[in-house]
Design a protein around this ligand. Structure first.
Ligand SMILES: CC(=O)[C@@H](O)[C@H](O)COP(=O)(O)O
Ligand SMILES: NCC(=O)COP(=O)(O)O
Length: 242
């Protein structure tokens, strides 16, 4: 089984940059360095308040990213314009309200079917791979398929929060949903709160997992280990899968 690809989420690098109003750290340089160190993708999640990733970062990164650029966000207004203008490799739609601290749930792909179908159509017509952020729920996976998503991204926050207490119990719903998604023929991504402690176990229990996007823990680890060594360790976690 081919290891899942590592897409590095640069939200928290952007957060540091925005703290002083200058272009330091330079998001483009960090993205290129992440790729040089082995990252197989770059992710940013521009939120409406642009607290970290900004819409203009999408244009800058699209110009330089050589692996895959994944843009995450809630599909409205400026986000839609930016994605259709830049045409990243992948767009991952996340049902976050503007004021949320962070992402904390997946889409109701059944209840929001008409909305999602309408939103996804222009992305698909533009040749952008589409992914929907979902909880590990077979009905939500069916809903994602029905609206035409190419992939789902499992929201792994609950796994991460339960991992230290009972890893097998924490991963079980994700393994079951992963097997269901693979049998249903939809692509499988995952992300949120994955880290050096839980990633190998998670990936080992997710047959067919294609991509993980990791940012908060990875950037924090880089404060101690350095970016190059941190990316090496995350890649090692993914290649340690049996
Ligand atoms: C969708 C998801 O789980 C993360 O990709 C999200 O980008 C985290 O957002 P913050 O970096 O703003 O916490
Ligand atoms: N989609 C998950 C992501 O891009 C990064 O999430 P996190 O590692 O910052 O929690």
């Amino acid at each position: 089984m081919r290891p899942a690809r590592l897409s590095v989420n640069l939200n928290k690098v952007a957060l540091i940059r925005n703290g002083r109003g200058a272009n330091y750290p330079d998001l483009v340089k960090v993205a290129l360095d992440c790729e040089k160190f082995g990252a197989q993708g770059i992710t940013i999640h521009p939120r409406p308040d642009q607290r970290h990733a900004r819409y203009d970062d999408v244009y800058a990164l699209k110009e330089v990213v050589q692996t895959e650029l994944n843009i995450e966000g809630y599909p409205e207004g400026r986000f839609l314009e930016v994605v259709l203008e830049t045409k990243p490799h992948q767009v991952t739609l996340v049902p976050d309200a503007p004021g949320q601290l962070t992402s904390d749930h997946g889409w109701d792909t059944v209840g929001r079917a008409d909305f999602l179908k309408e939103i996804l159509a222009p992305f698909k017509a533009a040749g952008i791979r589409t992914s929907l952020f979902v909880d590990p729920n077979e009905r939500m996976i069916d809903g994602a398929l029905a609206v035409g998503a190419d992939r789902i991204e499992f929201y792994t926050g609950p796994f991460a929060s339960q991992f230290s207490g009972d890893p097998a119990r924490a991963v079980a719903p994700f393994t079951a949903a992963c097997r269901y998604a693979a049998s249903a023929g939809i692509g499988i991504n995952a992300g949120h709160d994955l880290n050096l402690h839980n990633l190998t176990f998670f990936a080992n229990n997710m047959p067919g997992l294609q991509e993980v996007s990791i940012g908060h823990a990875l950037v924090t680890d880089a404060l101690y280990l350095g970016l190059k060594e941190t990316i090496r360790q995350y890649l090692a976690c993914l290649s340690a899968t049996t």
